[in-house]
Write a protein that binds this ligand. Structure first.
Ligand code: FES
Length: 110
């Protein structure tokens, strides 16, 4: 199992565990995080935006151009922002920390 720590917009830590191969989006949703994931991983929303702990960011596969484009539209973007639907857990990510941005916005509803 891969352990994940989510940090809520309020600053609370929520621990979760999931099998390698699970998408971070699903892990967050199962842990009750407010990640809508409206487009279910089609990179057409950005409601799955998370901010990855700096120590972990470099361990991830680099974001695709489509992901970067979508992140440009997300609210509260930081240097280590990623779309959680594009992150698949692996053993190498055991212990990863991700923060849920304070403001998430569904662009499809604007
Ligand atoms: Fe829509 Fe990730 S779920 S971009």
């Amino acid at each position: 199992m891969v352990r994940v720590t989510f940090i809520t917009p309020e600053g609370d830590q929520v621990k979760a565990e999931a099998a390698a191969g699970t998408r971070l989006l699903e892990v967050g949703q199962a842990a009750g995080m407010p990640l809508e994931g409206t487009c279910e991983g089609q990179m057409a929303c950005s409601t799955c935006h998370v901010i990855v702990g700096a120590d972990w960011f470099d361990k991830l596969d680099p974001a695709s151009e489509d992901e970067e484009d979508m992140l440009d539209l997300a609210a509260g973007v930081a240097r280590t922002s990623r779309l959680s639907c594009q992150i698949t857990l692996s053993e190498a990510l055991d212990g990863i920390e991700v923060r849920i941005p304070g403001e998430s916005r569904d662009l499809q509803r604007l």
